[in-house]
Design a protein. Structure first.
Length: 148
């Protein structure tokens, strides 16, 4: 990251720190993809700027996301979705798959222990997580066709 000197000019110095290390685990910025339809690729990002990954559990994150979907503007079409599963899509500077809404190559990243803290399951600053209906995901994974 370039820094500015007192006059507001670029000083030429760069911070080589990776973005996942710029904020502590007690103040993570997370992006949660709320997925309505895999087939039609209907998704909307929920941005969560101040998450304490050392204290918040997977179950608490699910509840927070559901509450945000119910109350935040722009999520009205998603309010009828039965969201029950979180899955890590990528960590900062990690590799992304060709499917831009969910990584369906492996199910190892499904966060199925609601009592585990986010930090204990590998969530860190700038992580991207998918939140979706598990039954719809299983259908899509069995026949990954897109209709858009």
């Amino acid at each position: 990251m370039a820094t500015l000197n007192d006059a507001g000019a670029d000083s030429g110095e760069f911070d080589d720190a990776l973005t996942n290390t710029l904020r502590p685990l007690t103040d993570c910025f997370l992006t949660v993809r709320i997925i309505k339809s895999f087939t039609f690729r209907t998704t909307k990002n929920l941005l969560l700027p101040h998450v304490d990954a050392t204290k918040m559990t997977v179950g608490q994150l699910k509840d927070l996301c559901r509450e945000q979907v119910k109350t935040a503007p722009g999520f009205k079409p998603y309010r009828t979705c039965e969201l029950d599963t979180l899955k890590l899509y990528t960590r900062a500077h990690g590799h992304k798959t060709m499917d831009l809404i969910i990584n369906h190559e492996t199910d190892d990243d499904i966060l199925d222990d609601d009592n585990a803290t986010l930090a204990s399951v590998g969530i860190e600053n700038e992580s991207e997580i998918s939140f979706f209906n598990r039954a719809l995901y299983d259908e899509y994974k069995a026949n990954p066709q897109q209709a858009w």
